[in-house]
Design a protein around this ligand. Sequence first.
Ligand SMILES: Nc1ncnc2c1ncn2[C@@H]1O[C@H](COP(=O)(O)OP(=O)(O)O)[C@@H](O)[C@H]1O
Ligand SMILES: [Mg+2]
Length: 241
Amino acid sequence: MTGERLLTIECLHAGYDGVAVVRNLNLHVDSGEVVALIGPNGAGKTTTLMTVSGMVQIMSGSVTVMDRLVPRLRQAHRAARWGVSHVPENRGLLFQLTVRENLLLAKTRGRVNIDRAMDFFPALVPLIGRRAGLLSGGEQQMLALARAIVAEPKLLMVDEMSLGLAPVIYEELMPVVRRIADDAGAGVLLVEQHVDLALEVSDRGYVLNHGDLVMQGDASEMLADRAVLDASYLGAKSLED
Ligand SMILES: Nc1ncnc2c1ncn2[C@@H]1O[C@H](COP(=O)(O)OP(=O)(O)O)[C@@H](O)[C@H]1O
Ligand SMILES: [Mg+2]
């Protein structure tokens, strides 16, 4: 189902208070593919996702979501209506509300397909009436993902899904991200610290370092060439060592 261009980022400079922390970024995501956006802490990964969602100001360049230009001025409410779901680093759940209520709140375009979310995360079925705050970390991350997919997004962005979770939990969640692209035809932009796991479920990858795009390519080739990938994390200087 790969094909439709969902996200195009061209020559993007974005940041805070007039200081660009992402510079000259070019990136795209098509339907049916998982794209990993990786790189060390502070590289600009979260800033990139927030720019697509309209929460960080575009200083120059452009972000196009399904033929629509994301406006230069911050306008966070638009992205969801355009078919973008964003699972933020803090997961964005309402702890006092139940699993079902959190899912119902994800309604953006008139429909909420809870059954579909349960199909991806059957472990949530017996927890449907439980308050989100009482779930385990892994269950909360499942709910955050389920919340993102009930609105049937075309583009799903997930920020640091594995943060704070035990390996046994995020190793189970990664293949579900792949399934969201394969079964639902969504394009997924996956920000991850766990580089190998992310690349294993991805088609392509981009490495950001200090706001610059330092490497991009086929995920399997990036995994195969660990030396170059590791060096991209350390910066250009290390490539020469
Ligand atoms: N709200 C903000 N105001 C000012 N600077 C910020 C803000 N958020 C992030 N930054 C800075 O932008 C840079 C990129 O951060 P971020 O996008 O969060 O990186 P990553 O997600 O790759 O760890 C860092 O230097 C960070 O300190
Ligand atoms: Mg981040």
